[in-house]
Design a protein. Structure first.
Lengths: 224, 235, 238
């Protein structure tokens, strides 16, 4: 009962701060938009191979937008040492983590909702596969980036080199998830190719890392 | 002295805290009992803030033991009974004072009492008039009051206050002093660091004097009055 | 206070044994094993290539266990084991990644290919370089050890997922000819050469690992001594 209350309050608190400042979403949107525009100058995808490349660009844009968003998200916790204050409360660390994760995932999904239509326009693409299933891929892929990203952002937030370190930790860990989302996106765009197996990989990845992060977050928070 | 273990709220036993190679606390031992207010004094960098952070279980001692309410581990039950006013405000800039308090009330699992407690602490510290203002629009003194309200939220039995008077005007200082007296009478234990020891005159039961991480004096006024006064170890 | 000088006597003995084993490895790999029919002499790099990969994997597995032990016990000893294993593992991983292209170029005609084993070894290597960077960036921070331990666990869990996903992605690496033993048509002398090399590398790993481990322990002791010394200095002033 109180576990979910804590999670819910963290989400509400983050959404409220964001609604007032729009710092996270603005920066994220603009950054990802730049990536998409710049790459769209270089080529227009016609073949399957190029569609794969385009979906790679889309996810790279999401990834970097996510990294900048995660750092800002913890900047709020760092600001008046609020992270310390959270540790003082009897609330369970994993509930705090889950709340931060959900809020960050919502922000990233919000940005993606704007970016995906623009991506389709700039690259002159459309989904030949099932869009509904691709939305599932989008959610699973976003969670994969955010769950590890939130974990590492909490860890590095008090370090001077956090902006460099966060992608250095997040990128190699996310390799399997990135392969899976890029392949699944390419398959959805072209309407052929294996989708199911990549969704399975994503589900496995999400389950494993969500469990690990929930188990280890309390330990990691002690160090901050 | 009232040295029974039931009344003991906080106990430091040969606590050392090292930050890589710098010594923040060295072999610090003392006890704090119910209804007692101890002033922690000492110059800049003497380890006052570190002492409070270790007492709040925010920092782990490098050696020695810290126990609060006879517990050496910060269980949720223990955490609920400790309130810390730190150097930083612990408040979210974009939320109003009241939103901040409601948020923390949920984290302290105050449930139905939340509403009442928030109103109560806002009244106690005198923060009602700016309860709806976002923290980023508050003056230094207002922030101090708001963060004091946050520390009091769960009605803790052990209060750790780091420089509670700094940035406050005369009137507010008097208010905080009155609150401290009141808490002491209600049996709470207080550990208060300050540069301005005169504000604690008549309220404090004693003092812990720190110098470069070491306790150079730990005395209770009552003991000094009854025992033969010895030349103090003041550094 | 315990002041320990250098390394124990058994370690110096082990250095000698490792030297002999490495020489034996060279003899086996370059002379005793027959030349492979289609690939020719360049195939002999295989003994080092595979041995270094296996040794790196053993090292990362030790890192994983030490990270778990550190999270559980918080004993600095396990952190020292973890960092030593990761550093030496990265060295063996580097050897593996350098010898791979040298072998691939004349045999496949390309330096690099994005196949499952190659790519997962590369990603594994990157993961542990990240682990070491995290330690470096968080040096002096009280959270360093526990964060590194958490990342070590995350990294090792990732290795099989990386392998699986890249394998699903594409595979064009020669099949696992080693696991089959004699039936797979490998010459027993090649088999022996590989094992001699692997044994020599494992010994070399232990030598380097222990050396690094002692260094880490001495660092911790030095920091403690310095703190004491500073304390004494302050007490004299007071």
């Amino acid at each position: 009962m109180s576990y979910w209350t804590v999670t819910r309050h963290i989400v509400v608190k983050d959404l409220r701060s964001e609604a007032r400042t729009r710092e996270l979403t603005n920066a994220m949107l603009f950054f990802a938009l730049l990536v998409l525009v710049l790459f769209s100058f270089s080529f227009q995808p016609a073949t399957d191979e190029e569609r794969r490349l385009a979906s790679g660009i889309l996810w790279i844009a999401f990834l970097f937008a996510g990294v900048s968003m995660l750092d800002r998200s913890f900047w709020r916790e760092r600001m008046n040492e609020c992270l310390e204050a959270l540790r003082l409360t009897p609330a369970s660390a994993s509930a705090l983590f889950l709340g931060k994760c959900l809020a960050n995932a919502l922000f990233l999904l919000l940005a993606e909702a704007v970016l995906v239509p623009l991506f389709l326009v700039f690259f002159d693409l459309s989904f030949r596969g099932d869009v509904g299933i691709w939305l599932l891929v989008l959610v699973l892929g976003t969670w994969a980036l955010v769950v590890n990203g939130t974990f590492f952002a909490a860890m590095t937030t008090n370090l001077r080199s956090r902006e460099l370190l966060l992608p250095l930790l997040l990128l190699p860990i996310s390799v399997p998830a990135l392969i899976a989302v890029v392949e699944a996106t390419a398959a959805s765009l072209s309407g052929e190719g294996a989708l199911r197996v990549w969704i399975q990989v994503l589900i496995a990845f999400d389950l494993i890392y969500t469990t690990l992060a929930l188990l280890l977050f309390e330990t990691v928070l002690e160090g901050t | 002295m009232n040295g029974t273990s039931e009344s003991r709220v906080l106990a430091f036993e040969r606590v050392c805290k090292l930050f890589s190679e710098t010594v923040a606390l060295w072999q610090v031992s003392f006890t704090l009992h119910r209804g007692e207010l101890m002033a922690v004094t000492g110059g800049n960098g003497s380890g006052k803030s570190t002492l409070l952070r270790v007492a709040a279980f925010l920092l782990k001692p490098s050696s020695g033991t810290v126990s609060a309410f006879e517990q050496v581990r910060p269980t949720p039950a223990v955490k609920r009974r400790i309130g810390l006013l730190g150097h930083a405000s612990f408040l979210y800039e974009d939320l109003s004072v009241e939103e901040n308090l409601r948020f923390y009330a949920a984290l302290y699992a105050l449930g139905r009492e939340a509403e009442e407690r928030v109103a109560r602490v806002l009244g106690d510290v005198g923060a009602e008039e700016f309860r709806h203002r976002p923290v980023r629009a508050l003056s230094h003194g207002m922030r101090k009051k708001a963060s004091l309200a946050r520390a009091l939220l769960a009605d803790p039995d052990l209060l750790l206050l780091d420089e509670p008077f700094s940035g406050l005007d005369r009137e507010s200082i008097e208010r905080v002093r009155a609150l401290m007296r009141q808490w002491r009478e209600r049996g709470k234990a207080l550990l208060v660091t300050t540069h301005q020891a005169e504000f604690l005159e008549g309220i404090a039961d004693g003092e812990i004097v720190l110098d470069r991480g070491r306790v150079v004096a730990w005395r209770r006024w009552a003991e000094i009055a009854t025992l033969a006064p010895s030349p103090t170890a003041d550094a | 206070m315990r002041v320990q000088g250098g390394l124990p006597r058994w370690w110096f003995g082990l250095v000698g044994v490792t030297g002999v084993a490495l020489i034996l490895g060279v003899l086996h790999a370059l002379w005793f094993a027959p030349t492979e029919r289609t690939m020719g002499t360049v195939q002999r790099i295989f003994y080092y290539h595979v041995s270094s990969a296996w040794t790196a994997f053993v090292a990362f597995f030790i890192n994983f266990l030490a990270c778990l032990a550190y999270v559980k016990t918080r004993r600095p000893k396990w952190d020292a084991v973890a960092v030593s294993a990761a550093e030496v593992g990265v060295i063996f991983g580097t050897v593996n990644l350098i010898t791979g292209p040298i072998w691939a170029k004349p045999v496949w005609g390309i330096w690099w290919t994005w196949d499952a084993r190659l790519t997962s070894t590369l990603v594994m290597w990157l993961l542990y370089v990240s682990y070491l960077l995290l330690r470096q960036f968080a040096a002096e921070h009280p959270g360093q050890r526990v964060w590194a331990a958490a990342f070590g666990i995350f990294a090792f869990v990732d290795v099989p997922i990386v392998y699986l996903s890249i394998r699903l992605w594409r595979t064009q690496h020669p099949g696992p000819v080693i696991a089959g033993g004699e039936q797979s048509g490998i010459d027993p002398r090649m088999f022996l050469a590989l094992h001699v090399c692997f044994a020599a590398f494992l010994l070399l790993f232990i030598v380097l690992f222990y050396w690094r481990y002692r260094l880490e322990q001495q660092r911790v002791e030095l920091a403690e001594l310095r703190a004491r010394l500073q304390r004494l200095h302050i007490d004299r002033l007071a």
